[in-house]
Design a protein around this ligand. Structure first.
Ligand code: HEC
Ligand code: HEC
Length: 387
């Protein structure tokens, strides 16, 4: 027996970084607040998988796909032998492990691509921004969740397999994936010479870095340069800057003097028609708009109403309304109520908030009307605030 290098440095780095990025992506998937971290780990994962596909052709002997291609049923047969206690020891990937590798790479690629398409469709961000609408983005989201769940199952299977194999062959497989070395019969191929192909290592890692870098420059950098705290002392989250929505100076002037100019995409056209028709009794105020002004405002609002709006909020507000429902308040639409029901009563009473309609207190992009996930924050009560 001799000690040989089996897993070269790039393969090991890839393995642990992929495991870490998958874990982070999974842990950050539950809440909009972590969306920027989720996106970051997803782009990193995509870069890593692309690297691995290249490394599967250009890498060390044990990392090359050609060294662990087995027949389609070989994995199952191997598992049976392993359970029965007479499986042959493999220096590189065993047949079951090899098939898990291919499955994880394929599923990982599917997870990343559907993730990018979801981000593009639902949020209008990332590499696929503007490629599809919100409705298609939601379909990709479902595919994304299914692929991610399947991948989690394969990962769990992989971990169980590693544990079983380590136990059956009295060999610490996780440690071998850290050090790269294994005990092997004398005739086994040592990968140390092959792993000195550093120009290739460099080029491949660079490729991953570029994928990561694309994400970094388009999102993290502008946010890192943005002011760190708002007037109320709360640190804003990463500000994704989405596409700008149509604007109109007359509308801003007439509808932005008493409160935030609520962007037309937040209610359907029929609501705006009703609101203008009843402008003399507008929540206790008389807007006193003359007919041409009212007409001009209505044209802008109808053209950019929820049915037409490109944003996630517009799409979901419109969908949440029962057929024919004509709410005059955004805060009475089912989608708005659902999205805000977990906010603590104490937060609504904060002096900076005061009214539910004071969207700008918690949404830094309320003026723009985009209501991006990453632009929201609940103001903190100032330490010395007087109530
Ligand atoms: C004279 C002051 C005034 C002007 C001008 C005004 N509003 Fe209002 N608006 C109010 C008041 C008061 C409320 C109720 C606010 C509250 O409940 O906190 C309100 C509420 C609203 C709401 C409901 C917010 C919610 O709870 O979801 C909408 C939508 C709205 N206004 C749209 C408009 C539009 C569109 C215009 C321009 C055509 C406009 N407003 C101009 C006074 C005004
Ligand atoms: C007290 C703070 C607060 C106020 C005021 C507030 N929001 Fe929100 N809003 C939030 C928080 C927090 C979330 C995130 C909830 C979640 O994701 O579960 C949210 C979520 C949303 C979303 C969903 C965003 C997404 O993509 O998931 C929309 C749209 C939205 N708010 C619109 C509004 C509008 C319009 C107003 C004003 C009429 C408003 N909000 C007022 C705190 C607030």
């Amino acid at each position: 027996m001799k000690r040989i290098l089996v897993w070269d440095i790039p393969t090991r780095l890839f393995h642990w970084l992929l495991a870490a990025s998958f874990a982070v992506a999974w842990a950050s998937s539950g809440s909009d607040e972590w969306l920027s971290v989720h996106g970051f780990s997803g782009y990193l994962m995509l870069g890593l998988i692309v690297f691995r596909l290249i490394w599967g052709v250009a890498g060390g002997n044990y990392a090359r796909f050609s060294s662990f291609r087995h027949g389609s049923l070989a994995g199952l047969a191997y598992l049976r032998q392993l359970l029965a206690g007479h499986a042959r020891r493999h220096i590189g990937h065993n047949p079951a492990g090899a098939q898990a590798v291919f499955l994880m790479l394929a599923l990982g690629l599917a997870v990343c691509l559907t993730g990018v398409l979801t981000q593009g469709g639902e949020e209008g961000h990332g590499a696929a921004a503007g490629l599809t609408g919100v409705a298609v983005g939601r379909l990709f989201k479902e595919a994304h969740e299914i692929a991610a769940t399947l991948m989690l199952l394969v990962v769990i299977g992989h971990l169980a397999g590693v544990a079983l194999e380590s136990w059956r062959h009295r060999e610490n497989l996780p440690r071998a994936m850290i050090t790269g070395f294994k005990e092997a019969p004398d005739e086994a191929l040592d990968d140390s010479p092959a792993s000195r192909r550093y120009p290739l290592v460099g080029a491949s890692l660079l490729l991953s870095a570029i994928a990561f870098g694309l994400w970094w420059f388009s999102y993290a950098l502008p946010a890192a340069l943005a002011p760190k705290s708002t007037a109320d002392g709360a640190a804003p989250q990463v500000a994704f800057v989405g596409a700008r929505l149509p604007d109109d100076p007359q509308w801003r002037e007439e509808c932005g003097s008493c409160h935030l100019a609520f962007h037309p995409n937040l209610l359907p056209a029929r609501s705006w028609r009703k609101l203008v028709a009843e402008q003399d009794k507008h929540f206790g105020a008389d807007l006193a708009l003359d007919a041409p002004t009212a007409q001009a405002l209505l044209v802008f609002m109808e053209n950019n109403a929820a049915e037409r709006g490109p944003t996630e909020a517009a799409f979901k507000i419109e969908r949440s309304l029962r057929d024919g429902a004509t709410p005059l308040r955004i805060t009475e639409t089912p989608y708005w109520i659902k999205k805000h029901k977990e906010i603590a009563p104490a937060d609504w009473r904060l002096p900076q908030v005061d009214s539910r309609a004071n969207c700008a207190a918690c949404h830094r992009d309320a003026e723009a009307g985009t209501f991006e996930d990453a632009a929201m924050h609940i103001p903190k009560a100032a330490p010395n605030a007087r109530f």
